[in-house]
Design a protein around this ligand. Sequence first.
Ligand code: ADP
Length: 430
Amino acid sequence: MKDYFLYIAKYLLLTLLNLFIIYLILPKDFVYLLWPITSILLFLALSIHSANIFKLKHALQFRQLHYFEPKISIWQDVMYFLTKWQKRYRKRYEDLQNQHQDFIKAIQASPNGVILLDNQGYIKWLNSRMKYLLNISTQDKGQRLQHLVRHPDFLNYWNNPTESGIDLKILTQVLHIKILTIDENNLLFLVQDITQRHKINQLHKDFMANVSHELLTPLTSILGFSETLINKNINLNSQLKEQYLEYIHKSALHMQDLVKDLLLITELENSKTIEKKLIDIYKLIKSIFKEFELSLSGRKLILNDNISHLSDKSYNILGIEKELKCVFNNLLDNASKYTNANGIIQLNLDLISADELKISVIDNGIGIAPEHISSLTHRFYRVPESQHIHGNGLGLYIADQILKKHETKFDVSSQISQGSCFSMVFKLEN
Ligand code: ADP
């Protein structure tokens, strides 16, 4: 404001000075000319300023400030400030625009579905994830969500929304949905795919049920037989007593095996970060072979070593020795369990390429029907025909988990009454 008055005062002073000079210069007879000259000067000043105002209005209207290049200093100041503000606002606008774009990109990249609705449920905006979750796409903008999702649980939830949301089962998918109120006119509809989490929860529940069942069966036998033995009213002959004690012992061994395997599974899950080391796999197999030979009770174990003669280089793989030992012991144990007393078990080593070693455990036992093969590595899975043989269905699951860690897997081929072959290929390190 102060500047403004100074400016006016400066120009008033200049005008008066001009008039005074003119008054001095002009002969006294021509003083009457003073007023017309003043009027002309004022008219000229007014015209110049009016013209500038008009040009400025035009430049602002068409957002082309650079078209207006005034010659008068006050207008140059005006333009300087206008241009400065324009630059500042343009920069702020661009920043906001970028922020907006980043925000949209982040919502688009979200693994969760997001829909912005008005308070009646009409779709205003949605991210592309909704297409995969509920088959709602941008073409559905302007439609009511309640008309697109007809699931009764959703419609119930729409009428009585809660902050915790609900789980919606749609075919094989499980979705967690939630409606949030942004303000009185806007709602946010959020969808999260929890199928995997749901499956894991279900697996945990099944696992707990299986473990309880597996432990309860031998425990019931132990309790039943021991109670009979303790009961003084029941007279048992020594042969029966011995038989019952044997049952108790067998059941206790079964429980021990199960607990050992469960501890091993926990250990495996906790040891995901154990560092692999170079292992001489040929040496390892030979030592396992020697150990196992001692516990065959009549069965024959043959090592078909097709590699030792090829060269004298060592066969190293990257792995965890303790875990790999567990895999081979398990396979050999199964081969022995599911083969009759004079069966033959073979351990084959074959070099299938310069850096790939195939190890196979082959037996000529009871074999496995084709429909069971894909389920062998499931927790607690046992082929019904082999239920009478001692086992808990965890060995191949554990072995499979270990092989996954070593970036390989089982290849199983089998024929009923002919035998089975479990093979796996390891990558050799140079
Ligand atoms: P377990 O032997 O303790 O029951 P596993 O996980 O080691 O558990 O094996 C799962 C099932 O696969 C066994 O119950 C058995 O039915 C079948 N199986 C595994 N190995 C063989 C084999 N060599 N011959 C026949 N059946 C086998």
